[in-house]
Design a protein around this ligand. Sequence first.
Ligand SMILES: [Zn+2]
Length: 307
Amino acid sequence: MLAAALVLTSCGSREQEGAPAKPAPRPKPRVAVATTTMLADLVRQVGGVHFEVVGLMGPGVDPHLYAYTTGDLQSMQRSRVIFYNGLHLEGRMGEIFETMRGRGKVTLAVAEQLPKETLLLSEGQTDPHVWGDVRHWIQVLDVVAKALGEADPENASAFQANADRVKAEWTALHEWARKRCAEIPAERRVLLTSHDAFAYFGKAYGLEVVGVQGLSTSAEAGLADITRAVDFIRERKLPAVFVESSVPHAVIERIARDAGVKLGGELFSDACGIPGKTATVNGETYDLGTYAGMIRHNVNTIVEALK
Ligand SMILES: [Zn+2]
């Protein structure tokens, strides 16, 4: 008792003398896990200073084929919430999410929270690439704000405020993308890429989309797929085709060569670019490692190659 009183007294007197007060120890931020780079960017923006967000997949990583590591397991173990895209995007992680739920962890498949009528079907499967339409990713902001608020009720209003701020930014981003894609002459609004990652993007921004490999990258393109793509390019007189950062380039390079068209550039389909690496187009600079930068890069690359 006496010792405690003495300590208190000495602290008080030091402050009175104007010595800098020791800052109160900051509560350790809670941990949230997110699988893909675009989801990790979203959760980071909503979580702000209150959550440490661990992104499992890096730039250029293909989520369809990603196998989790021991480090990922440890991150999931110490997390409050595990966010993943769902709709089978993370094709090899279904079991581990199940295991984590069994251990009482909160897991949330964000794309599966979207209204059913917004989801697109392809060959009987639900298309998981919802982030291609910025309006869908805006809806995910609310999903994440609510989940973080339940994990950390004290800061729930901060998460919603963060989500609302990003919503305003991304609403402007959506409008920009729509206007920019309208610069492409109508007959050339065709996007041919490695796999069917751009159906939501194409629907939102007025492009017809052709993927050589289908919804997942787990099945490789065969000779028949290549021949069909070459015929399509010639028939529609497409000026360019596009490779993806998370899929090997060989098939699209061969198609471009056989069809005699140029490569329009590399698109970020299932992963953002390298964080901190910026690009400047038409006087606008953006970070390729962010979701907004991913959309800006894709739109600018597509418009410049096709218009
Ligand atoms: Zn994909």
